[in-house]
Design a protein around this ligand. Structure first.
Ligand code: AP5
Length: 245
């Protein structure tokens, strides 16, 4: 019956028990379908793991998926690379395709966090169609509201662990040992598009193409504005307030 290539007999007992406990806890949680919108560096990737664990949702970050495709030099990655390096958006069809596929994952059964998608009104309309065909809809859009002037320091100080997606910041969230991932001890890297020059194009794309998406969802009265300039723990507390109401 199992289609997975993992042989459960080889999984350590403690890991199996932990997964069982996690699933039991998750079965009591309400389903949630969330979208995180905000400019580069506004904290979407920082807050996503917290929400994911608390509500047992899958975390679908189109930027992470595209970077993985670029690193693996897949046909999708080859098509996306040029736009990403310049801080421009990749084509709507490419990203809608990867989201459509990803939503089929069993881990998305109780809902999802879309981080960095939809980024254009066309993507939002296509998402609506995808969800309608599955008989569900978006519950809440979390708008990470923040002034552009704060973002350069956040973006240029960011370091990440490519395998896990864990992010750090030289000033706001430093690793225990500079340049090294806290969990694995592996080296951290800086993203190719995390420069002040590329940030300008990314912000331009955000204001021109993504802000209209906030208006699109405001008309459906499902947008919650978050004070994303506050420290991470305070932003988390605001999110918890919004999601429990
Ligand atoms: P993507 O990877 O989605 O990048 P982004 O939207 O620019 O967002 P970031 O990952 O830069 O920021 P974040 O909000 O997650 O910030 P973080 O939490 O890490 O997209 C990259 C590219 O892929 C795009 O340019 C485009 O080419 C393409 N792409 C992706 N999706 C697409 C789509 N749908 N359509 C078309 N193209 C698409 O925080 C940043 C730093 O600040 C970290 O170091 C963190 O530690 C720190 N920090 C976080 N919160 C706080 C806080 N509250 N206080 C102080 N520091 C903080």
């Amino acid at each position: 019956m199992a289609s997975s290539s993992v042989n459960l007999e080889d999984v350590p007992l403690m890991d199996l028990m932990m997964e069982l406990l996690r699933r039991m806890k998750c079965s009591t949680k309400p389903d949630k379908r969330l979208i995180l919108i905000g400019p580069p560096g506004s904290g979407k990737g920082t807050q996503s793991p917290v929400i994911k664990d608390e509500y047992c949702l899958c975390h679908l970050a189109t930027g992470d998926m595209l970077r993985a495709a670029v690193a693996a030099k897949t046909p999708l990655g080859i098509k996306a690379k040029q736009a990403m390096d310049k801080g421009e958006l990749v084509s709507d069809d490419l990203v809608v395709g990867i989201i459509d596929e990803a939503l089929k994952k069993p881990s998305c059964q109780k809902g999802f966090i879309l981080d960095g998608f939809p980024r254009t009104v066309v993507q939002a309309e296509k998402l609506d169609e995808l969800l309608k065909s599955r008989g569900v809809k978006v519950d809440k859009v979390l708008n990470f509201a923040i002034d552009d002037s704060i973002l350069e320091e956040r973006i240029t100080g960011r370091w990440m662990h490519p395998a896990s997606g864990r992010t750090y910041h030289t000033k706001y969230a430093p690793p225990k040992v500079p340049g090294v991932d806290d969990v694995t001890g592996e080296p951290l890297i800086q993203r190719k598009d995390d420069t002040a020059a590329v940030l300008k194009s990314r912000l331009e794309a955000f204001h021109k193409q993504t802000e209209p998406v906030i208006d699109y969802y405001s008309k459906k009265s499902i947008v919650a504005n978050l004070p994303a300039d506050k420290p991470p723990k305070e932003v988390t507390a605001e999110i918890q307030k919004v999601l429990s109401s």
